[in-house]
Design a binder for this molecule. Sequence first.
Ligand SMILES: CCCCCCCCCCC/C=C/C(=O)SCCNC(=O)CCNC(=O)[C@H](O)C(C)(C)COP(=O)(O)OP(=O)(O)OC[C@H]1O[C@@H](n2cnc3c(N)ncnc32)[C@H](O)[C@@H]1OP(=O)(O)O
Length: 280
Amino acid sequence: MTTVLQHVVRRSILRPFAKSFSSGSPLVDVQVNDKTGVAIVKMGRAPVNGLNTELLGALNDTFDSLEKNKATGMILSSSIPNIYSAGLDISEMYNGTPENLTKFWNTLQSMWINLYSTPLPTVALINGNAPAGGCLLAMSCEYRVMVGSKFVIGLNETQLGLFAPKWFQDTMVSIIGPRQTELALTSGKLFSAQEALKIGLIDELVASEEEALASSDKFFGLFKRIPGYARGQTKNFVRAEVLDWLLKNREHDTKVFLNSIQLPHVQKGLGLYLQSLKKK
Ligand SMILES: CCCCCCCCCCC/C=C/C(=O)SCCNC(=O)CCNC(=O)[C@H](O)C(C)(C)COP(=O)(O)OP(=O)(O)OC[C@H]1O[C@@H](n2cnc3c(N)ncnc32)[C@H](O)[C@@H]1OP(=O)(O)O
């Protein structure tokens, strides 16, 4: 039997996300809670939320609009069952022209800079697998809640013959420290939900999206009495070192990406990896 309290709690979690807010893209759905001002942003690029230039651009525009429209917080999640994001869309990196590769990489950099530095409180509601770029999205939020214990998360780039760029690595270091990051990245480890919880890569592991929304509410509640400017500046200072590296080295980072990704053996490896995914 449902108690009155359970009913009230369930209603307060489920009902308020009613007001839709156009992201301007069919790939990103945004619902704003009209009572609290918290936005839930869901990626919806079938089949696996592969981060291509279009989705990255749409996310970037969404983050900008939410800030401009004074959202009070953001939950970044997915509308695709069992998938948070499969990471960067490998088709964008395979056989791309230098122009397209540059545009892709610059869009990724801008999206990350915006997400990582937003003054909004951010929660990753990880309702599916989150390898590589998917893990980067989640790590760039301030709090991570995974729904269900069957998913994996991590930076597995070395398994594809790639390396995670310095800013991906630094983002992980800031969460689980250099020792665990080195171990995880050199082996391309994908952590199970339990392992991720133990190591602190996720903050909570819950059984349902309802519970994850309740955890998010609780997280946002921490800032109810904290002036936004003080909160935002503090977040800035804590994140400055990781952020500043990319801000100062964008061109260099793009050159490293372009030079490395176009190497014949790297392209061959990406082609084989794509084929292996399609054969499954
Ligand atoms: C030494 C020199 C190195 C140079 C390096 C330079 C710097 C480069 C930096 C690059 C950083 C890279 C970051 C990344 O994010 S790379 C992407 C890594 N992602 C993965 O490895 C995940 C791969 N996908 C999966 O494991 C599974 O798909 C997943 C668990 C996510 C879902 O499994 P499921 O069974 O549900 O779905 P399928 O596997 O059947 O996939 C469905 C279709 O989607 C296609 N797919 C999947 N992932 C990707 C992807 N990342 N990009 C493009 N396409 C993808 C898959 O092929 C299926 O396609 P079809 O429907 O056509 O069969």
